[in-house]
Design a binder for this molecule. Sequence first.
Ligand SMILES: [Zn+2]
Length: 69
Amino acid sequence: MASFCGSARAYKIGRKRMKNAKGKSIAKAHLPDKPCKACGRPFSWRKKWARDWDKVLYCSDKCRSQAKG
Ligand SMILES: [Zn+2]
């Protein structure tokens, strides 16, 4: 007859920095970002802005429309 003691296993979760063998960071690639001229929030580069990222001033069409006028 086996009796199990109700022992709580206290195990520490050690967060160690993971490194890939190739040295690539697991995090997303660093994309350029800049603050929106309308709301001031920083927004990141998007693929749809690849062609005219320099011309993009607002994070969304909503902000752009608000800024106009
Ligand atoms: Zn905005």
